[in-house]
Design a protein around this ligand. Structure first.
Ligand code: ZN
Length: 698
């Protein structure tokens, strides 16, 4: 079926359905021009309004949310002498631990913990979201540092966008700072003049405490799915605050670097005013199994594999890559690495001493094709079924060096991220593998695949969340890094572990929590929201997004009229461009009727009203006509070129010509027909440029 002529386009998930799609009229095929004229102009306008509202609703999720009280811009030299600690989540308090970012303030000092991005934004052309930093601008003079808990993008991926505005140092463990430097190196966009990345590496094992403004900051090692993960301990003038970062309490992690429970217990004995604990899996009972459980599974699969072995996983899971390298060496196989992010992170890890690869173990991916099958292990990205990942390209025969074939073995060492649709992508990818006769081992289907566990979560389960509370014995508890539901379950765990419910809060992005030694309460709201970043790394206006959503849902129709100013007659046949609306070649009847309608509109209205009014009327008229014929409300762009008279120039900016378009080279005035032809030619050129691009015209 031609998508341009599909009367019932597949609606993208999460998009609200406009009522104009649901009426019985929707079943009619477009293109029966003049057949049905029973719809009121009001219905057409209502339908279009509805489409616009739908687009607004989608885009507005990403606008800065309105604050309850208008945030007054503060004067830079304003002295804040209230003896309260203020904690404000600018991200990570509404969504499932995305764009995590919180501000901790005491009087005239502030630090930001984490500065992540949100890769879960599903809008046309959008790469990810980052937190709105209007509030940081307001307290710019107080801001002393960013402290990063660990090197996952949802905790540090927004730094290249946000840090240059404030130009303060970034604190973190050695590995985390390595990741920060890595994303700045790979960012691709120029940094503003005068910006210099300043970093401070803190040792997460020695209880080193650094003074930042009025705060003392310490990092404590925790186990997660990336090396160098830490909890952040902030000693403030009113008491100790702990942000756990992402963690689990694995007694036997692959790198043997356990969460420093001894130090956490010590901190608890000394007294903790507030615990802020991550909430990712606060509804998963029991304990998260040890990462070491997957080591034997990988060894077993390698033992039995006859052909090449491909292991796909997240690029930052350095310890797991190390484990696969060890297993490969044990079985006398060489390792090839593929995937840009994987190679970049592993290079950084090797440079900083976080990975040890025996000499001669790694071979270039380009040499895999010439090696014996039993000699090869490929570690690559693509475990989530991401289009264009190394694994996808290998499966589709689009990879430069490697093509998956029968008897190859693929191990997917991750679970599809929930609520993302990745499970569908993974399933489709596995389909392709199995069609080719590739052996596939997945964690979800390990019983039928006859293998051991291939993945464990990097996050704690309920018992471990409780244990963290028991170790730190906080007076107050604030669940962080999760949506409302996850945080609610986490509060229930806290209550079971003896923290009074009145000493807990389930706060949302933008809400400020105010703390004294004896109280914790909500204290107003600051501007917050999500700023959208496109594929090039540039910020995209939500106005553009609204247009994209409308275009995606309804398509676009441009009509180009060239009219003689004196006579009010059309000089050429109306030019109609349709993108994503209907396929014009298959709807000739409709297009002919449409042209006739346009001619009639010109004759009836052009001489009677001014040009702006004519264009507005034309837009309404066309909207009405198209809705009547097709029950759709595409974006309508009227372009009217008026030729002739004294001040002849194109009335549309697109057509304004350099110099005087109305005279020929010999100084003779051009005839209206010549000018019209010229305009048509220019327009044809412009259209060609548009058609060469994506249908999104902005
Ligand atoms: Zn993480």
């Amino acid at each position: 079926m031609n998508p341009e002529n599909n009367n019932q386009p597949k609606r993208q998930p999460n998009r609200p359905a406009g009522p104009n799609r649901q009426g019985p009229q929707r079943q009619r095929a477009p293109g029966k021009a003049g057949e049905i004229r029973n719809l009121s102009r009001g219905a057409a306008i209502r339908a279009q309004k509805q489409s616009v509202q739908d687009a607004n609703r989608v885009a507005n999720q990403y606008l800065a949310a309105p604050t309850e009280q208008p945030a007054l811009p503060r004067r830079a030299n304003l002295i804040d002498d209230s003896p309260r600690l203020k904690i404000t989540g600018l991200g990570g308090f509404n969504e499932g631990g995305a764009k995590n970012m919180m501000v901790i303030e005491y009087q005239n000092d502030a630090i930001v913990i984490d500065c992540g991005n949100d890769l879960g934004v599903d809008l046309p052309g959008i790469n990810y979201g980052i937190a709105d930093t209007t509030y940081l601008d307001q307290i710019k003079n107080k801001l002393k540092a960013f402290v990063i808990t660990h090197g996952h993008l949802d905790h540090m991926g927004a730094l290249p966008h946000i840090l240059p505005k404030y130009n303060v140092p970034v604190y973190g463990s050695r590995f985390t700072i390595g990741r920060v430097e890595e994303i700045f190196q790979n960012f691709g966009l120029p940094m503003p003049d005068g910006f210099e990345l300043k970093t401070v590496i803190m040792n997460e094992d020695t209880h080193e405490r650094l003074k930042i403004g009025e705060f003392f900051v310490e990092l404590v090692r925790v186990t997660h799915s990336i090396p160098g993960s830490t909890s952040v301990v902030v000693d403030t003038p009113i008491g100790r605050v702990v942000n756990t970062g992402d963690f689990r309490l694995d007694p036997n992690p692959l790198d043997h670097e356990r969460t420093n429970v001894e130090r956490l217990k010590e901190l608890g004995k000394e007294g903790v005013l507030l615990l802020m604990s991550e909430s990712t899996s606060s509804d998963r009972p029991g304990r998260t199994p040890s990462e070491s459980t997957i080591e034997q599974s990988i060894i077993d699969i390698m033992q039995g594999a006859e052909g090449r072995i491909f292991v796909a996983m997240f690029s930052t899971n350095v310890n797991r890559v190390q484990m696969v390298v060890n297993a490969a060496v044990h079985h006398g196989r060489k390792i090839a690495l593929d995937g840009r992010s994987l190679v970049s992170t592993l290079e950084m890890a090797v440079r900083n001493g976080f990975m040890k690869i025996p000499k001669g173990t790694v071979v270039p991916i380009g040499s895999v094709a010439s090696m014996q099958n039993q000699q090869v292990v490929v570690v690559c990205t693509g475990s989530q079924g991401e289009p264009n990942s190394a694994l996808q390209r290998m499966s589709q025969g689009e990879h430069r060096h490697v093509k998956l074939e029968a008897m190859d073995t693929v191990i997917l060492s991750s679970n599809p991220i929930p609520y993302t649709g990745n499970d569908v992508l993974v399933r489709a990818m596995v389909d392709e593998f199995l069609k080719k006769g590739v052996h596939v081992f997945r964690h979800e289907s390990r019983e039928v695949d006859h293998c051991g566990p291939l993945h464990v979560s990097g996050h704690a389960s309920m018992e471990e969340y409780g244990e963290m509370m028991d170790m730190l014995k906080p007076k107050f508890f604030l669940p962080i890094y999760g949506d409302f539901t996850a945080k609610k379950y986490h509060i229930d765990v806290a209550v079971e572990h003896g923290i009074p419910r009145k000493n807990t809060l389930n706060t949302l992005n933008g809400q400020t929590v105010s703390l004294t030694k004896t109280t914790m309460e909500l204290d107003g709201e600051v501007p917050h929201g999500t700023v959208l970043v496109d594929q090039t790394g540039s910020i995209v206006s939500t106005v553009v997004i609204k247009d994209r959503v409308l275009l995606a849902e309804e398509g676009m129709v441009a009509v180009v009229l060239t009219i003689d100013k004196k006579t009010g007659q059309l000089l050429t046949s109306p030019d109609i461009i349709s993108r994503g609306f209907i396929y014009m070649k298959e709807n000739e009847e409709l297009m002919n009727a449409f042209r006739a309608e346009l001619r009639r509109a010109v004759v009836q209205r052009f001489k009677r009203v001014d040009l702006d009014r004519f264009k507005a009327e034309l837009r309404d008229y066309v909207t009405h006509f198209l809705y009547e014929q097709t029950q759709r409300s595409p974006i309508v762009i009227p372009v009217v070129n008026v030729i002739g008279g004294r001040a002849e120039k194109g009335n549309n900016d697109m057509h304004r010509t350099n110099g005087d378009a109305t005279t020929q080279a010999n100084g003779q005035p051009k005839s209206p027909e010549d000018i019209a032809l010229e305009q048509q030619r220019r327009f044809a050129q412009m259209r060609q440029r548009l058609l060469n691009q994506d249908a999104r015209v902005d």
